[in-house]
Design a protein around this ligand. Structure first.
Ligand code: FAD
Length: 468
């Protein structure tokens, strides 16, 4: 082991002697990886290939003891620290330039308590890990439509999924959490212990500590759902989206739907309507009949499938690394004028891999009491997600510009709020984003929690709540 140069939180660099670095690595059960190791390159890569940062070291934690060792080591020396769960943050929060990357991907165990209807999930588990563990019991947790995204990363920011209209967000179903705070201590947050911290974890992101274990409420899912995709040519986009909006206005909570402009594998632009009915196929067919009969889809894969199959519907797109820039906005309504704007922006997209997505909300999501979680925006009809995704560096400007212009064009229909997990933010954006994510009252409560649990802002690679 040789001397290593680390970035400090304030941006300065510090050289730590070989003995100091060895002191950390010898305390770990997991792996300590530097640029000299062959697995450094694959480990530093995350889903957004625009993020090309080189951490001073990567610790692959094997358990809470390793997490405590890393947090204490970084805190004592004011080093830059980032935590990587599933590695899907579009903003690249999981990788620090020249800092310590705490990789939780070896901490993925899941234990299901069938009687209590909950799952105990380690901090680095993905939705695929969790779904595989709950499916044999006929149970499921809310959230994460793509198997490779991290349970903790998704849940701490909110967590939209197929079950949101029935059971709220992933964070609404967070019963308790175990975390390591900035002083290296292990803490529990639940309704009984540190309830204010539990509230803050439901939407406050990774600001208060490294979550090593989550307890999530589980729900019964039928063995077969009526779910799949309908694809229409883009000439039919306006009519198809208007029909979807009208179907969802009358739909029971058990019908969930997402409308998306996307491309088929061979590049043909299409509008996709992906939906899931958590009930008998015949009733699902009836509810979706206006969509399936009024317009002839290019393809129609609606069929009785298992929840596991539904959860893998988008997996292919979720695994492929690409240059990406995401923007989002909650919409209060989707009148025909908004649909026309979406269609016009879709036609202007510079990359066929980019998409405009509308996630339909309401149901249990809307009924959750506004103060129950740090996450807000319960009144929105839809979550609009603009995913600019492309291949070549020379197209960076055009694609970012398109994402920004798309969200701006839909501003007349927006609530003014945004979902923090769908932001491809850069530091310069923070001042604009924070008031769009949190109301002043919620932000003040989060600052008080930050001052209590992370007064020196060790956990800053996130949509940062400044301790002031
Ligand atoms: P990472 O990059 O590993 O982590 C991001 C940040 O989350 C970390 O830097 C840290 O600040 C925090 N974090 C992660 N784990 C921990 C932990 N154990 N303790 C403390 N902080 C932690 N969102 C939805 O709501 N629903 C979806 O269906 C959905 N689908 C998506 C599909 C794709 C392909 C992508 C790219 C994103 C999707 N998202 C979705 C957005 C997703 O919620 C965020 O990208 C989220 O940050 C991913 O978490 P991660 O652990 O995979 O990311």
């Amino acid at each position: 082991m040789s001397e290593l140069i680390f970035a400090r939180k304030d941006g300065d660099r510090v050289a730590l002697p070989a003995g100091t670095v060895a002191g950390l690595s010898s305390r770990l059960r997991g792996a300590f990886v530097t640029a000299a190791d062959s697995d450094y390159e694959p480990l530093r890569k995350v889903w957004n290939s625009l993020i090309d940062r080189r951490p001073a070291c990567i610790v692959q934690a094997a358990g809470i003891g390793d997490v405590q060792a890393v947090v204490s080591f970084a805190a004592e020396r004011d080093l830059l620290l980032a935590v990587r769960g599933g590695g899907h943050s579009a903003a690249g929060y999981g990788v620090p330039e020249q800092g310590i990357m705490l990789d939780l991907s070896r901490m993925r165990s899941v234990r299901v308590d069938e009687k209590q209807r909950c799952a105990w999930v380690e901090g680095g588990a993905t939705w695929r890990d969790l779904d595989a563990a709950t499916e044999p019991f006929g149970l499921a947790a809310v959230g994460g439509m793509v198997g490779s995204t991290g349970v903790a990363g998704v849940t701490l920011g909110g967590g939209f999924g197929w079950l949101t209209r029935l059971h709220g967000l992933a964070c609404d179903n967070l019963v308790s959490a175990e975390l390591v705070t900035a002083n290296g201590e292990r803490l529990n947050a639940s309704e009984e212990e540190n309830p204010e911290l539990l509230w803050g974890l439901k939407g406050g992101g990774g600001n208060f500590g490294i979550v090593t274990r989550l307890q999530l409420r589980l729900h019964s899912v039928p063995p077969r759902l009526f779910a799949g995709m309908l694809a229409y040519p883009t000439e039919e986009a306006e009519a198809a989206l208007a029909l979807l909006r009208d179907v969802m206005a009358e739909a029971p909570d058990s019908l969930s739907a997402v409308g998306a402009f996307s491309s088929m594998a061979e590049g043909q632009p299409v509008v996709l309507i992906c939906s899931a009915y958590f009930g008998a196929a015949a009733r699902g067919e009836e509810l979706l009949a206006p969509l399936r009969k009024a317009k002839a889809p290019l393809f129609d894969s609606m069929a009785p499938i298992s929840y596991g199959q539904l959860q893998s519907l988008f997996d292919l797109g979720g695994q492929r690394r690409q240059r990406c820039y995401w923007r989002s906005s909650f919409l209060e309504s989707v009148p025909n004028a908004a649909i026309a704007t979406i269609v016009a922006q879709e036609r202007a997209r510079p990359s066929p891999q980019s998409a405009i997505v509308l996630e339909f909300l309401r149901g249990a999501y809307e009924r959750t009491a506004p103060g129950a979680a740090a996450f807000q925006h319960r009144g929105a009809l839809c979550n609009l997600l603009v995913t600019a995704q492309w291949e070549a560096a020379e197209d960076d400007f055009a694609n970012r510009d398109w994402a920004l212009k798309t969200v701006a064009a839909l501003a007349p229909h927006a609530t003014g709020g945004v979902y923090l997990n769908y932001q491809g933010s850069e530091d310069a954006d923070r001042e604009t984003l924070v008031p769009q994510v949190y109301s002043p009252e919620t932000y003040a409560r989060l600052v008080a929690l930050k001052q209590r649990y992370d007064p020196t802002n060790l956990f800053r690679m996130n949509l940062n709540i400044s301790p002031g």
